[in-house]
Write a protein that binds this ligand. Structure first.
Ligand SMILES: *Cc1c(COP(=O)(O)O)cnc(C)c1O
Length: 374
């Protein structure tokens, strides 16, 4: 038996909606897509929502609609999933990385201003692992220097910064629906915004450069096929209807882990919990003590049927980034240090209390052995 790292939560409702689409014969640009997008407008109180075939596509489109291109720079974090930087590197925009805060694992806002140059056009924030970034500071810096703010909320659907929904605080917000996220469409993403112009451009880029009301074979700009099918939207619509309940389950699982870790008195750091914010739990990542050999812990756990994974590697040290931008070891020391010590443990809605206890017991055992081995 293996306890996997993550597992999607699919009910009969998703199956029912998918069948409705299949039976309708309208597999693209049908009513399910419209309803899925409308459900985002309602839940997030935004004017526009556009579904895409991935979170990465939605981020890429966000960058395109703001006109960011070669010669520009975007301020962002090097401690994230690589798509949050790739989305603008596609356009020749240079990453201007800012190291992270070791407590929240998000961009250290006190270092943003010194990274701003005349070429800086935007801040792309990542609410990592569902942890909201300090949006008061970020929005005030953006205002002072006239920068756009793109929120990569791909790991943070439902998170709130001081009561305000992340994804709605900047110019554009993006969510993602890969199967390990809080909600899934198999593959998929969503761009939300209040700006009419962004919406019009994004609709066009998503759909081969077609204008909003133009003929099917009129292409006004060079666009892409980043459309989401109605089959995916059907899954997404059902997931949206169940989202509040699913997020509650994740919250319960996370709280139970925190209690267990406390009970077993493990020498690890658990996710920071800001008293005025709401975390939407994406993964459960702990930080191991410096002296522990992470690979040995992972090897031990997998033998016990427990899947774990380092989360994340620093983006600036990926070969593709070293080759293109000549980043070096030591450029962003906190990100590099954290990248060596993080460990994601199994986390999903259906994880039982018994399984969680087993995971923590085995982790305790592994840590104990790991320390003695030193
Ligand atoms: C999941 C994720 C994305 C988007 O990923 P897709 O697989 O393209 O949907 C973007 N940024 C972050 C931080 C993510 O975790």
């Amino acid at each position: 038996m293996v306890i996997p790292l993550s597992k999607p939560d699919i009910s009969t409702l998703e199956k029912k909606y998918v069948l409705e689409v299949l039976n309708s014969g309208q597999l693209s640009f049908g009513p399910k897509l419209r309803r899925f997008e409308e459900s985002f407008c309602r839940r997030f109180h935004v004017r526009y929502a556009l579904a895409m075939n991935s979170g990465t596509s939605a981020l890429h489109i966000a960058v395109k609609t703001l006109g960011l291109s070669a010669g520009n720079e975007i301020i962002t974090t090097p401690f994230s999933f690589i798509a949050s930087s790739n989305c603008f590197v596609y356009e020749g925009v240079k990453p201007s990385f800012v190291d992270i805060d070791s407590c929240t694992l998000n961009m250290d806002v006190s270092q943003i201003e010194q990274a701003i140059t005349p070429k800086t056009k935007a801040i792309l924030v990542v609410h990592l692992f569902g942890q909201p970034c300090d949006m008061d500071q970020i929005l005030s810096i953006a205002k002072k220097y006239d920068l756009f703010v793109i929120e990569d909320a791909c790991e943070a659907i439902g998170s709130k910064w001081k009561g305000r929904r992340v994804g709605t605080l900047g110019d554009i917000g993006v969510f993602a629906f890969y199967p390990n996220k809080q909600m899934t469409t198999g593959e998929g993403g969503m761009l939300i915004t209040d700006h009419r112009k962004v919406y019009e451009l994004a609709s066009s880029f998503r759909n081969q450069g077609r204008g909003l009301n133009s003929e099917w074979l009129n292409h006004e700009v060079i666009g892409y096929n980043y459309r989401m099918s109605d089959l995916q939207a059907a899954v997404g619509l059902a997931q949206m209807e169940r989202l509040t309940q699913m997020l509650k389950k994740r919250e319960d699982v996370a709280r139970n882990y925190l209690e267990l870790i406390d009970q077993y008195d493990l020498p690890i750091s658990t996710p920071f919990i800001h008293p005025h914010c709401t975390i939407s739990w994406f993964v459960f990542v702990v930080i191991l003590p410096q002296r522990v050999d992470r690979q040995k812990i992972m090897d031990f756990l997998i033998k016990k049927g427990i899947q774990t994974r380092p989360y994340f590697s620093a983006i600036h040290l990926q070969k593709s980034y070293v080759n293109r931008f000549a980043f070096r070891k030591g450029d962003f020391p906190v990100s590099e240090e954290m990248a060596k010590r993080t460990l994601a443990i199994p986390f999903y809605n259906q994880l039982s209390a018994t399984e969680q206890k087993y995971v923590i017991e085995q982790l305790a055992f592994a840590l104990d052995r790991g320390e003695k081995n030193d």
